[in-house]
Design a protein around this ligand. Structure first.
Ligand code: 5GP
Length: 192
C-alpha cells in the first residue's frame, strides 16, 4: 500500500513542534522529512534534521528547478519549502510521513499533490489566552507588536481549519492525549 503524508498545521505556539518531537521519539518507523528554509538555525538545531538551512539564492534556484512540493513565506520574512523528491519516494515506499507546515503550505499541497496521498491534522489551542502564554513562554522578550501580529495570524489560521481533515485540541498539560489522538488518526487513516 502506498504511504501517506500527514501535515500538521495550526497557529504558531500551538504545539506542532512538541507533537512532532513526540512522534519522532515514539515512531522511528515514520519518516520526518527536513524542509528547506532561509531562516538561520537556532541553538541546538542540526543541519538536515528538521531543516536544511539555505541562502535566499539557493532557495530561489531550488524553486526554479522544481525541487519543492510547496513554498511559503512565513511571518513575512523567511522562506520555507517541502522537498518534493524525498516525500514522493517515501510515499511510494509505503511510509507514514509527518511534517509540520503553515496554513499556506496546506493550501499549496492541496493544489500539488493527489488527495489520496496526504491528510492534514489541525492542532487547536484550547483558547487564545493559553496561546498567548505559550508564545510568551517560548520567547519572553517578544515585542508587543509581534505578539499581537502572531495572535492575529493565529485567528486567521483558525478560520481556515476546515481545510484540514482532522482536528485535535492541544490542551494544557495534555501532551500525551494529543499524541494519542494523532496516533489514532494516523493508524485509522493508514489501515487497509
Ligand atoms: P519555525 O521557523 O519556527 O521552525 O517555523 C515557522 C513556521 O513555518 C511554522 O508555522 C512551521 O509550521 C512552518 N513551516 C516549517 N516548515 C515548513 C515548510 O516546509 N513549508 C511551510 N509552508 N511551512 C513550514
Amino acid at each position: 500500500m502506498p504511504g501517506k503524508l500527514f501535515l500538521i498545521v495550526g497557529p504558531s505556539g500551538v504545539g506542532k513542534g512538541t507533537l512532532v518531537r513526540a512522534l519522532r521519539e515514539r515512531h522511528p518507523e515514520f519518516y520526518f522529512p527536513p524542509s528547506a528554509t532561509t531562516r538561520s538555525p537556532r541553538d541546538g538545531e542540526e543541519e538536515g534534521r528538521q531543516y536544511f538551512f539555505v541562502s535566499e539564492e539557493r532557495f530561489a534556484k531550488m524553486k526554479a528547478e522544481g525541487k519543492f512540493l510547496e513554498t511559503a513565506t512565513v511571518h513575512e520574512t523567511e522562506n520555507y519549502g517541502l522537498l518534493r523528491e524525498p516525500i514522493e519516494e517515501a510515499i511510494r515506499a509505503g511510509k507514514v510521513i509527518i511534517r509540520e507546515v503553515d496554513i499556506q503550505g496546506l493550501h499549496s499541497v492541496h493544489e500539488n499533490l493527489d488527495k489520496s496521498k496526504f491528510a492534514a491534522i489541525f492542532l487547536l489551542p484550547p483558547d487564545f489566552e493559553i496561546l498567548r502564554k505559550r508564545i510568551l513562554k517560548r520567547q519572553p522578550q517578544m515585542p508587543d507588536a509581534e505578539l499581537e501580529h502572531r495572535l492575529e495570524s493565529a485567528e486567521k489560521e483558525l478560520s481556515q481549519k476546515e481545510l484540514a481533515d482532522f482536528e485535535v485540541v492541544s490542551g494544557e498539560d495534555e501532551i500525551d492525549k494529543m499524541v494519542a489522538d494523532v496516533e489514532k488518526i494516523i493508524s485509522d487513516a493508514t489501515r487497509d
